[in-house]
Design a protein around this ligand. Sequence first.
Ligand code: UT7
Length: 332
Amino acid sequence: MKKRAVITGVHAWVPEYVLDNKELETMVDTNDEWITSRTGIKERRILKGENQGTSVIGTEAVKGLLEKTNTNPEDIDLIICATVTPDMLFPATANIVADNVGAKNSYSFDISAACSGFLYALTIASKFIETGAHKKVIVIGADKMSSIVNYQDRTTCIIFGDGGGAVLLEPTEESLGIMDSLLHTDGSGADFLHMRAGGSRKPATLETVKNREHYVFQEGSMVFKFAVTKMAEVSAQIMKKNHLEAKDVAWLVPHQANKRIIDATANRMGIGPEKVMLNIEKYGNTTAGTLPLCLWDYESRLKKGDNLILAAFGGGFTWGAVYLKWGYDPKP
Ligand code: UT7
């Protein structure tokens, strides 16, 4: 029997501070009606305070996950953190989380695939389990987008928020867990969505700070066009490849970037809104955080054996879909 990697627990964490559309109206020339109708977002969470990086989100999510799944941190073999807002360029945020939670026997690393980061990390992690190399792997998707968002740019600041979550993957010989994944990259998309300075090409200088080059740059409508096409396409492809019809899919778990992109994806898959996980109105776009946040929000409604299609599109460009069978019934 083929060994697969199955999700045996999920937990997430968001900061307390709520930045709603009303408050944004006082910061930039925008309004609740525009934001709601164009994106579906009502509010997002912001991590405030000195020295509070993405590792805070990851640590809280993993602590909760270990507790929920009754897992000893010393039994964790590997922690992968998907993020584009690491605490520092190095070391990896995953290392900081591992240290904070006492995962003494684990090695760890970050991966950078923007909004598709959680799908990339989930796929990588599943391979380590399928080969028998590891027994317990944690995948984190988390971002503190407020650290790279320009709150004077109304085209980006209304979208993003802070938050994230984590899942535990373990081996199973049942027909459950990660069944398939399709991942893509198109590096030419970098022109339309990036952070210009702060890397090796353009290290920080007084000039780069003055020019606001340490913030997300996005050509929104161009990214929208790609996102709407690619996320729908890859979701339909993974269904076809695995002989799934709309009736076989229990849930679409879409990246929460824009409700219009989510609706287009569901339409292409032939799936009704009752099967689409949606929490964009509460958290906005938390980049690598959206998918685990959805799984956490809907955990109590998921049943063992449910077919889930996870799909994302983001900076890079990166995009992809993962088909998985949920591993457990709701716990009391
Ligand atoms: O998660 C990673 C990948 N990212 C995405 O998937 C995001 C994809 N893009 C989007 O979601 C959308 O493009 C946005 C939400 C960013 C923008 O929505 P849009 O419908 O594409 O708007 P637009 O950029 O075409 O702008 C339409 C109008 C413009 O005004 P004019 O030129 O028609 O007069 C903008 O200046 O809306 C204006 N506008 C705003 N008005 C009020 C742009 N932002 C705002 C705003 N409030 N916040």
